[in-house]
Design a protein around this ligand. Structure first.
Ligand SMILES: Nc1nc2c(c(=O)[nH]1)N[C@H]1C(S)=C(S)[C@@H](COP(=O)(O)OP(=O)(O)OC[C@H]3O[C@@H](n4cnc5c(N)ncnc54)[C@H](O)[C@@H]3O)O[C@H]1N2
Ligand code: MOO
Length: 383
């Protein structure tokens, strides 16, 4: 299976989690379950955009009232009349424009004079940004700070969202140490710390990280199969370091014995090819990541990212197609996955990306511009 196909299959495998309604303060980072429509026109009334005078006809203008933000004035301006007005206040009926304070003079008889502003000057018209009912974001949009502000501006107190998929992490490997500098033949666990942060970045929530011995399940139910059963309440169980064909690599045997449905079983990419995705029971997913840390990272981006996006009701972003420079070993018949840092419109391969090493990946950066807004010559989506 090609790398591109594996990504799409992982995204296509799962249906979105059941939607729930949450207050705005709890919605950051989640995905909209429904489109976001505005409950009122934006802005909701003709609004002064400058401190000054809302004037009618030509001057000099007689001042009828002082209008402040939040306290509308119900009168109607006639010719040569004005109100003193604050930025953000409602512009009264009959006003043609706002004359800024800096352009206005007061005459000896207390009237206002100044250049006649063109119609509509410094007035934000009702619904100028969006009429009431307009859909401003589709279902599946990830809710960032600006979208929260927009939702509030539209009059919403809560949003229907998809909850964060819950991910249980099982780290296997009898050679692993979880603190300090490992002794001879021992290895420091890099994935226990890496995965919760990656899961959060991908839009999920880690239920817990458990360390599981390599040995098969004994009568006590210990071992990987017992550990997978013990992860309750998670939508996805991620297992690291048990994907190969060695004596201690039990994940495929365990899945087969449990009657799991394999969705992705080995991918034509380097590193990370032993990765897998299986449905253990309806709506319960297992992602197998290779033990080599960089291989695990790319495998998680290949399968876990799209799976979490699907469970969250989000679409998969198209991949940008850009010129890349730097050294990468070709992988005949497979996709070579390398960390890249953006270097203007090009991507530079960061050194130190062997399957077992994490020296290069921390320097990888996301695209500085969306593939949809960048110059098309260098950012056509890859097929
Ligand atoms: N006969 C074959 N052997 C291997 C093949 C193969 O096709 N045939 N594939 C190799 C590739 S590629 C990979 S990747 C690994 C995948 O193996 P596992 O997923 O079973 O992982 P392990 O064997 O347990 O570990 C591999 C390597 O990674 C280190 N490791 C494991 N977990 C961690 C961790 N949490 N933090 C840091 N390092 C970790 C472990 O010590 C090993 O060095 O299989 C190859 N073999
Ligand atoms: O392909 Mo393995 O996944 O070399 O680390």
């Amino acid at each position: 299976m090609s790398w591109a196909e594996a990504r799409l299959l992982a995204h296509g495998a799962a249906r979105p989690l059941t939607a729930r309604t949450v207050p705005l303060r709890d919605a950051a980072g989640l995905a909209l379950a429904d489109g976001l429509a505005t409950l009122q026109p934006l802005p909701g009334f003709d609004t002064a955009a400058m401190d000054g005078y809302a004037v009618s006809g030509t001057g000099p203008w007689r001042i009828r009232a002082a209008v402040r933000a939040g306290a509308p004035w119900a009168g109607v301006l006639g010719p040569a009349e004005c109100v003193e007005i604050s930025t953000g206040a409602g512009v009264p009926a009959g006003a043609r424009a706002v004359l800024p304070l800096e352009s206005a003079l007061t005459t000896a008889d207390g009237r206002v004079s100044g250049p006649v502003p063109p119609p509509g000057r410094h007035i934000r018209r009702t619904g100028e940004d969006a009429p009431a009912g307009r859909r401003l974001a589709p279902a599946g949009t990830r809710i960032g700070p600006a979208l929260l502000g927009l939702a509030a501006a539209c009059g919403h107190d809560s949003l229907r969202v998809r909850p964060r998929p819950r991910v249980g992490v099982l780290v296997t490997g009898d050679e692993l140490e979880h603190t300090g500098v490992p002794g001879p033949g021992r290895v420091r666990d890099a994935l226990g710390p890496l995965l919760p942060a990656l899961v959060a970045e991908l839009g999920g929530e880690t239920e817990g990280v458990r360390h599981v011995p390599d040995g098969p399940a004994g009568a006590s139910g210990s071992g990987l199969s017992g550990a997978v059963r013990a992860v309750r309440g998670a939508d996805v169980v991620v297992v690291t370091g048990s994907t190969s064909v060695g004596a201690t690599d039990q994940l495929r045997r365990l899945l087969e014995a449990a009657g799991a449905r394999m969705v992705v079983d080995t991918v034509a990419c380097r590193p990370g090819h032993p990765m897998l995705l299986a449905e253990l029971a309806p709506d319960r997913w297992v992602v197998g990541l290779p033990g080599n840390p960089y291989a695990a990272l790319v495998a998680a981006r290949t399968l876990l990212g799209p799976l979490i996006a699907a469970l969250s009701g989000r679409t998969l972003d198209p991949l940008p197609c850009v010129p890349v420079h730097g050294r990468a070993r070709p992988a005949p018949g497979a996709t070579r996955l390398v960390p890249v840092a953006w270097d203007g419109a090009r991507a530079r391969i960061t050194e130190g990306h062997g399957a077992a090493f994490l020296r290069g990946p921390p320097w990888a950066t996301r695209s500085p511009r969306s593939p949809r807004t960048g110059p098309t010559a260098v950012r056509r989506p890859c097929s």
